[in-house]
Design a protein around this ligand. Sequence first.
Ligand code: URA
Length: 433
Amino acid sequence: MRMIDIIIKKREGLELTPEEIAFFIEGYTKGTIPDYQASALAMAIVFRGMTTKEISALTDRMMHSGDVIDLSLIKGIKVDKHSTGGVGDKTSLALGPLVAACGVKVAKMSGRGLGHTGGTLDKLESIPGVSVAIESKKFIKQVNDIGLAIIGQTGDLVPADKKLYALRDVTGTVESIPLIAASIMSKKLASGADTILLDVKFGSGAFMKTIEDARILARTMVDIGNALGRDTRAILTDMDQPLGRAVGNNLEVKEAIATLNGHGPEDFQELCLSAGSIMLLQAKATKTLEEGRALLLSKIKDGSGLKKLASLVKAQGGDESYIYHPEKFPVAKFHAEVYSDSDGYVRQIDALEIGESAMRLGAGRATKDDIIDMSAGIIVDKKVGEAVKKGEKLCDVYTNIESYKEILDDVRKSFKLSVTPIKLNPIVHETVQ
Ligand code: URA
């Protein structure tokens, strides 16, 4: 078999066989297929797409390109959740503890932020002492003991994706539904959970700009997961504004804590309740979505969700007192307020622009070796739908960067106003299963 023939076949829009896909993934992971041929194939896939059969074979070969985690030593159904990436997305920090407080095992491997999107691991590490580098045995013990662990990848999980994703990132081949679906699902399947809930974001701050594309991506991933015997479902959620009000690492942890205390922003709490009630159904802990929602709400009211977050922090070496006293988190040296320059109603808060501004304020990484400022970020004051007057505050900005003033104008421009009132879209648009 020759790689050039596989590239030409896909360029002509023909279906690749599972053997050809295996040849590509194995050769590329081992290094016998060079980057230039892999990028030519990735570009052909961007233009020509892939059939369901091809996407399943690609996912399967990528999943088996490295370690596959065995979680069978954890008793009960293990649930996992994955977001396709957004701005202000601190969902795992509140949802994980809430679902675990309902008695369900949450064994979660998360990622770091890059560019305009943040990462759960960075947010967790803003709590002093927390470690996310936990080896498998301890990970399994922690989930058995307290029902919850959130860690970085252990072992050599899906090396094919590490190589291919880095290549796609620099060759304009990220935006392909088959490639995104195989990339996400190979990692989720290799992480070993029994059930997977996918939060597929759409809108300005997401990979999928339209609900139609998000629907196709969700359907593709749900079908792959179910075909391989995992209960996989998806929700399509709005990313036409940051999720909640906080964007930036310790700011988002504080918002997750507030949510577990029952004082979270409406859209964020709603996402946690919608996603959590599906996860409880998947774990067979409840019989209906309504029952799940009521159970999750009771874990906010009785404080057991917050207690579960504190247990996670303690088990992973962190200082749990920050969970009960969030005022202890360091605050950035500079604080500025951004004001509206006209009257109107907030129509959109460009999540991509807010994410990029937060990154420039120090909250994110432009390259993977950049160091994050945990206290930097933005707190949105006016969310979509709210009325605003000229001179009124749109958001607060926190940073340790002295030259921050040049960023404020870009933050202001992220708020798009309408002269007429706005009809609010629900945060969760639909469910795919
Ligand atoms: N997230 C992933 O893990 N992979 C992609 O291809 C896109 C988003």
